[in-house]
Ligand binder design. Sequence first.
Ligand code: C2E
Ligand code: MG
Ligand code: MG
Ligand code: MG
Length: 278
Amino acid sequence: EAKRHRDRGPVAFGDMIETADREARIMERALREALDRPGELSLVYQPIRDPRTGRLAKAEALARWTSPQLGPVRPDRFIAVAEQSGLIVDLGWRLFLLLCDDLERHADLVACFNVSPLQLLAPTFVPDLIGELGRRGIDPRRLEVELTERVLVDDPRLAAERLEELRAAGFPIALDDFGTGYSSIGYLRQMGFDTLKIDRSYVADLHDRIERQALLNAMIELAHALGLEVVCEGVEAEDDLRIVRELGCDLAQGYHLGRPMALGDLMAPCQGPARSVA
Ligand code: C2E
Ligand code: MG
Ligand code: MG
Ligand code: MG
């Protein structure tokens, strides 16, 4: 019985890889088609608020894809497929154009958008951004570029060059999901980030967890000592919000402060500057 199981092992594993592979190929083809068709891809926006007053400071643009064939696909799935296939460069550009449309429509929108390593490292990335914003008359300071620590891993020198180009053009730059990667906190200042987004694994569910609060406190103090603005991600409950406020976190993001939503809902007057959270 045990032997039979063992014998089947590698075969089943091989089948699994093949299935995952086929799935990725199907998704890649569907994604390629989505790039040529309007309407399948869209952006939603999640509020980033002052944890003391609830004021809306900025909003993170997040990609959504509903394929006629596959239905709604989770972003971490299709972004991963896009990165592996190289489609992320085209996809990222389409999403950037949608973001520009929204920035044109809402003069008081300040947005963050996610940029994958392959996009950043493309030689024309920064000139393309500058060109499009210039044509439309959009101020680059309204667009914060979010990068993860992964961009620093493959080619730190080229990444540093790109960051310098972005900074020179006036884009604020955030390090996303901090604490899930490899970079040291000293590196952050050196690379010229403006904002540190602390990953939600350090933030959610803080209540009654004194050690995790101490860790978060140390991260915030260190970031402040380096002159960085701190955003705490993953604020899911009133207790989380109270604690990040007490720890002096500058801005907060999470389901408790607002889910990703249509821009119209975020900017609607009844939604106000924010619900009061103080
Ligand atoms: P991210 O940039 O770290 O975005 C935050 C993710 O956390 C979003 O997931 C958001 O819905 C989720 N989130 C926000 N608040 C909470 C919370 O309180 N609790 C929990 N459990 N989750 C929360 P989403 O929209 O599924 O996006 C996942 C990832 O996909 C993003 O992580 C980002 O890495 C990537 N992504 C999304 N849009 C784009 C894009 O336009 N371009 C690129 N390159 N990547 C994107
Ligand atoms: Mg992000
Ligand atoms: Mg994040
Ligand atoms: Mg993330």
